[in-house]
Design a protein around this ligand. Structure first.
Ligand code: ATP
Ligand code: MG
Length: 417
């Protein structure tokens, strides 16, 4: 193995169908950070279900394989990873805090204090805080202030988005990573990571929904004004589509998965009426065929239901009419042809498929599939943090702009978005 490049970052996406490891070299600065992809590894995994460990040994095996493959490709070794977290055990909510300003102008200490007050709520004994993301500040009841440092006022309020997670879930994920020989440097909410890989700054700013259609769950998150505003997890995902094919076409799980990936479609009209596919069969069943439209029909029914659930989630969050940038679909399910057409029908909004690309260089083509979104986003998150800490490491006096960006508490830095 060669010696490590200076800013090595590793991302580990722990999914219900596969584990993906990505190793990259972080570059750029805090306003424009990017990642040069050095190595990628993927291992199928049946030890996780919707973000929760069901089988420690199987998950440990998958992590070790994915990491080793990524290390071999990169020609480096890593010790720490950014690991993704998602699922029903994750909850997001907005919280509010108020403090009095002590000096004649608002300083970083006041901002840290109000952020801490807003985050200091009870999550229950079993849950812990994963992220606390400042959304908005109010000075003397005037809202819409993104950066209050240096301003004058006597009352400072903060609105903070808090993401909490079931502690035992993190502990078990951490245990698998440790047993595989690595250490989790930081857990990152998957939609936050994914948004770094596939959303443009304009989409995040104008307002858009990001739908990660995975194998075990579908994550729906909303971004607006440059920040995350909502995150929710649906129980229905790609695995249900496969099960429907198993029942509808009387094939095994493995064959259903193959048919889906080879001939599947999310929107029936894109398939020619006379197209026929050969079905795998048992000796007793004899040779069988099915119209490709029948397969598309089965898949569309379920995918439409999933997207309708996602539309309900968006409406419940109060963003139905407030997403000018529309919907970005990613995750393995986004690879289904016809997804954009189906999405436009369900959401009546602009819809596009999100796959990693921007801000990535090196072996970027190894992560440009929608299935790699979270893993690519995790290294971009890492690159951003490396850029921030480099910034913080610069000696001497910092300019007021740098001071503003850094703040006194690292946790707020990490969630600066
Ligand atoms: N080419 C393809 N066409 C259609 N569907 C596909 C394709 N490739 C993968 N999928 C589906 O995508 C799903 C897996 O997606 P993904 O890899 O994003 O899930 P995951 O991250 O492992 O799971 P989760 O995020 O739910 O924990 C599976 O249901 C699989 O059938
Ligand atoms: Mg996933």
């Amino acid at each position: 193995m060669t010696s490590s490049p200076p800013h090595l970052v590793a991302g580990l996406d722990l999914g219900s169908t596969k584990v993906v490891a990505v190793i990259a070299d972080a570059a750029g600065d805090a306003r424009d950070s990017y990642a040069r992809i050095l190595g990628v590894g993927m291992a199928s995994n049946s030890g996780l279900r919707r973000g929760v460990v069901r089988d420690i040994e199987e998950t440990t095996r998958a992590i070790a394989k994915a990491m080793k493959d990524a290390e071999r490709m990169a020609g480096v070794e890593v010790a720490q990873v950014y690991a993704g977290v998602a699922g029903e055990h994750v909850a997001g909510r907005t919280s509010h805090g108020v403090v009095s300003v002590t000096g004649d102008e608002i300083r970083t200490g006041d901002v840290a204090r109000v952020n801490d007050v807003a985050s200091n709520i009870s999550f229950g004994r079993d849950h812990e805080l994963l992220h606390a993301i400042p959304l908005d500040y109010l000075i003397d009841q005037q809202a819409g202030i993104s950066d209050p440092i240096g301003m004058t006022g006597s009352r400072l309020e903060a609105e903070v988005y808090l993401v909490t997670v079931l502690s035992s879930v993190l502990q078990n994920l951490g245990k698998c990573v440790e047993r595989a020989g690595y250490h989790v440097g930081e857990f990152v909410l998957e939609p936050l990571a994914a948004s770094r890989a596939v959303l443009t700054p304009d989409e995040r700013d104008l307002g858009c929904a990001l739908i990660d259609l995975g194998g075990g769950s579908t994550n729906v998150s909303i971004f607006s004004g440059g920040k995350i505003r909502h995150t929710g997890s649906l129980l229905c995902a790609g695995g249900h589509v496969t099960s429907d094919i198993v029942h509808g076409l009387q094939v095994t799980q493995l064959d259903a998965e193959r048919l889906k990936q080879r001939y599947g479609a999310a929107f029936e009209p894109i398939i020619a009426e006379d197209e026929v596919v050969e079905l795998p069969s048992t000796p007793g069943q004899g040779p069988r065929t099915a119209e490709r439209r029948v397969l598309a029909h089965i898949m569309q029914a379920r995918l439409q239901e999933i997207l309708e659930f996602a539309a309900n989630e968006i409406a419940r969050a109060g963003y139905q009419e407030r997403l000018p940038a529309g919907v970005v679909v990613t995750g393995g399910g986004a690879l289904t042809p016809g997804m954009v057409e189906l999405g436009r029908e369900v959401f009546a909004m602009p819809v596009r498929i999100g796959s990693p690309g921007e801000q990535l260089s090196g072996l970027a083509d190894s992560v440009e599939s929608s299935r790699m979104t979270v893993a690519a986003g995790l290294v971009l998150h890492g690159a951003y943090e490396v850029a921030l800490s480099n910034f913080a490491g610069v000696g001497g006096r910092r300019s007021p702009a740098v001071e503003k960006l850094l703040g006194p508490v690292k946790r707020w830095l990490q969630d600066f978005f």
